[in-house]
Design a protein around this ligand. Structure first.
Ligand code: ZN
Ligand code: ZN
Length: 166
Protein backbone atom coordinates (compact mmCIF):
# COMPACT_ATOMS: atom_id res chain seq x y z
CA UNK A 1 0.00 0.00 0.00
CA UNK A 2 2.41 2.62 -1.20
CA UNK A 3 1.85 6.17 -2.34
CA UNK A 4 4.37 7.57 -4.79
CA UNK A 5 5.49 10.95 -3.46
CA UNK A 6 8.41 11.62 -5.81
CA UNK A 7 6.67 14.72 -7.25
CA UNK A 8 6.25 16.19 -3.78
CA UNK A 9 9.85 15.43 -2.82
CA UNK A 10 11.18 17.10 -5.95
CA UNK A 11 9.10 20.13 -5.05
CA UNK A 12 7.00 19.96 -8.22
CA UNK A 13 3.75 19.87 -6.28
CA UNK A 14 2.63 20.64 -2.74
CA UNK A 15 -0.07 18.03 -2.61
CA UNK A 16 -1.14 14.92 -4.37
CA UNK A 17 -4.23 12.76 -4.31
CA UNK A 18 -4.02 9.00 -4.20
CA UNK A 19 -6.18 5.97 -4.53
CA UNK A 20 -5.26 2.45 -3.54
CA UNK A 21 -7.36 -0.59 -4.29
CA UNK A 22 -6.78 -4.31 -4.53
CA UNK A 23 -4.59 -4.11 -1.48
CA UNK A 24 -4.00 -7.19 0.57
CA UNK A 25 -4.71 -7.06 4.24
CA UNK A 26 -4.87 -9.76 6.85
CA UNK A 27 -5.33 -8.95 10.49
CA UNK A 28 -5.60 -11.69 13.09
CA UNK A 29 -8.70 -13.71 12.25
CA UNK A 30 -10.51 -11.11 10.17
CA UNK A 31 -10.81 -11.36 6.42
CA UNK A 32 -10.89 -8.05 4.57
CA UNK A 33 -11.98 -7.57 0.99
CA UNK A 34 -12.93 -4.76 -1.42
CA UNK A 35 -10.31 -2.50 0.13
CA UNK A 36 -10.40 1.07 -1.17
CA UNK A 37 -8.19 3.77 0.26
CA UNK A 38 -8.24 7.29 -1.09
CA UNK A 39 -7.13 10.71 -0.02
CA UNK A 40 -4.51 13.38 -0.29
CA UNK A 41 -0.91 13.89 0.75
CA UNK A 42 0.00 17.48 1.64
CA UNK A 43 3.51 18.78 2.25
CA UNK A 44 3.58 21.06 5.29
CA UNK A 45 7.40 21.44 5.29
CA UNK A 46 8.14 19.44 8.44
CA UNK A 47 5.99 16.43 7.60
CA UNK A 48 3.63 15.02 5.04
CA UNK A 49 0.02 15.13 6.09
CA UNK A 50 -2.00 12.21 4.84
CA UNK A 51 -5.76 12.63 4.93
CA UNK A 52 -8.14 10.11 3.53
CA UNK A 53 -10.77 7.47 3.80
CA UNK A 54 -10.76 3.73 4.07
CA UNK A 55 -13.63 1.61 2.80
CA UNK A 56 -13.45 -2.10 3.35
CA UNK A 57 -15.64 -5.15 3.81
CA UNK A 58 -14.72 -7.11 6.93
CA UNK A 59 -15.75 -10.69 7.48
CA UNK A 60 -16.33 -11.64 11.11
CA UNK A 61 -17.66 -14.67 12.89
CA UNK A 62 -20.78 -13.96 14.91
CA UNK A 63 -20.21 -14.33 18.65
CA UNK A 64 -23.69 -15.76 19.14
CA UNK A 65 -24.43 -18.08 16.22
CA UNK A 66 -20.84 -18.60 14.97
CA UNK A 67 -21.86 -17.89 11.36
CA UNK A 68 -19.62 -15.64 9.27
CA UNK A 69 -21.04 -12.26 8.31
CA UNK A 70 -19.72 -9.26 6.43
CA UNK A 71 -19.78 -5.64 7.52
CA UNK A 72 -18.91 -2.59 5.43
CA UNK A 73 -16.51 -0.36 7.28
CA UNK A 74 -15.92 3.26 6.41
CA UNK A 75 -13.29 5.29 8.25
CA UNK A 76 -11.55 8.57 7.76
CA UNK A 77 -8.06 9.37 8.96
CA UNK A 78 -5.56 12.17 9.22
CA UNK A 79 -1.95 11.42 10.15
CA UNK A 80 1.41 12.96 9.54
CA UNK A 81 4.42 11.07 8.23
CA UNK A 82 7.95 12.25 8.89
CA UNK A 83 10.92 11.33 6.80
CA UNK A 84 13.20 8.87 8.56
CA UNK A 85 16.49 10.49 9.50
CA UNK A 86 15.34 13.97 8.48
CA UNK A 87 17.05 16.97 10.07
CA UNK A 88 13.78 18.23 11.52
CA UNK A 89 14.21 15.41 13.99
CA UNK A 90 11.88 12.52 14.48
CA UNK A 91 10.64 12.25 18.01
CA UNK A 92 9.80 8.82 19.32
CA UNK A 93 6.17 9.68 19.83
CA UNK A 94 5.76 10.01 16.08
CA UNK A 95 3.86 6.97 14.98
CA UNK A 96 4.52 7.08 11.26
CA UNK A 97 7.52 7.69 9.11
CA UNK A 98 8.55 7.19 5.51
CA UNK A 99 11.72 6.67 3.58
CA UNK A 100 12.60 7.39 -0.02
CA UNK A 101 10.04 8.29 -2.68
CA UNK A 102 7.02 6.55 -1.27
CA UNK A 103 4.83 6.42 1.80
CA UNK A 104 3.66 3.02 2.92
CA UNK A 105 0.26 3.38 4.52
CA UNK A 106 -0.21 -0.30 5.44
CA UNK A 107 0.65 0.38 9.09
CA UNK A 108 -1.71 3.35 9.22
CA UNK A 109 -4.57 1.39 7.67
CA UNK A 110 -4.04 -1.52 10.03
CA UNK A 111 -3.91 0.76 13.06
CA UNK A 112 -7.13 2.51 12.03
CA UNK A 113 -8.92 -0.79 11.51
CA UNK A 114 -7.76 -2.22 14.82
CA UNK A 115 -8.74 0.96 16.70
CA UNK A 116 -12.18 0.90 15.16
CA UNK A 117 -12.78 -2.77 15.61
CA UNK A 118 -16.33 -3.44 16.82
CA UNK A 119 -16.30 -4.54 20.46
CA UNK A 120 -19.03 -7.07 20.01
CA UNK A 121 -19.23 -9.00 16.81
CA UNK A 122 -22.82 -10.01 16.33
CA UNK A 123 -24.37 -10.69 12.91
CA UNK A 124 -27.55 -8.88 13.92
CA UNK A 125 -29.06 -7.53 17.12
CA UNK A 126 -31.86 -9.99 16.41
CA UNK A 127 -29.47 -12.94 16.30
CA UNK A 128 -30.87 -15.76 18.41
CA UNK A 129 -27.58 -17.62 18.67
CA UNK A 130 -27.11 -21.30 19.25
CA UNK A 131 -29.22 -23.45 21.52
CA UNK A 132 -27.08 -23.93 24.65
CA UNK A 133 -28.41 -27.47 24.97
CA UNK A 134 -28.32 -29.04 21.48
CA UNK A 135 -26.29 -26.44 19.62
CA UNK A 136 -28.58 -25.79 16.64
CA UNK A 137 -28.50 -22.36 15.07
CA UNK A 138 -31.77 -20.85 16.31
CA UNK A 139 -31.86 -18.39 13.41
CA UNK A 140 -32.26 -21.29 11.01
CA UNK A 141 -33.96 -23.98 13.08
CA UNK A 142 -35.98 -24.47 16.18
CA UNK A 143 -35.49 -27.19 18.70
CA UNK A 144 -37.44 -28.77 21.51
CA UNK A 145 -34.98 -27.98 24.27
CA UNK A 146 -36.27 -26.32 27.43
CA UNK A 147 -34.34 -23.06 27.55
CA UNK A 148 -37.29 -20.69 27.91
CA UNK A 149 -36.24 -19.19 31.20
CA UNK A 150 -32.50 -19.27 30.53
CA UNK A 151 -30.82 -16.51 28.60
CA UNK A 152 -28.25 -18.33 26.39
CA UNK A 153 -25.55 -15.99 27.65
CA UNK A 154 -26.15 -17.21 31.19
CA UNK A 155 -26.48 -20.86 30.28
CA UNK A 156 -22.85 -21.63 31.12
CA UNK A 157 -23.26 -19.94 34.48
CA UNK A 158 -26.45 -21.88 35.09
CA UNK A 159 -24.62 -25.12 34.34
CA UNK A 160 -21.93 -24.22 36.89
CA UNK A 161 -24.55 -23.50 39.52
CA UNK A 162 -26.29 -26.80 38.78
CA UNK A 163 -22.99 -28.63 39.19
CA UNK A 164 -22.42 -27.04 42.59
CA UNK A 165 -25.88 -28.04 43.76
CA UNK A 166 -25.42 -31.71 42.87
ZN1 ZN B 1 -25.38 -14.46 14.70
ZN1 ZN C 1 -31.82 -27.18 21.49
Amino acid sequence: MKIDISDIKRGNVKSKSFHISQAFLLLSDIEYSDIQIGGEVIDNHTALEVTGEIAVAAKYVCGRCLEPFTVSIHLSFHESFRELGSVSGVDDAERFSYQGDSIDVSGLVQTELVLNEPITRICSSECRGLCPVCGVNLNQQTCECKTDSVNPQFAALQQLLDKKKS
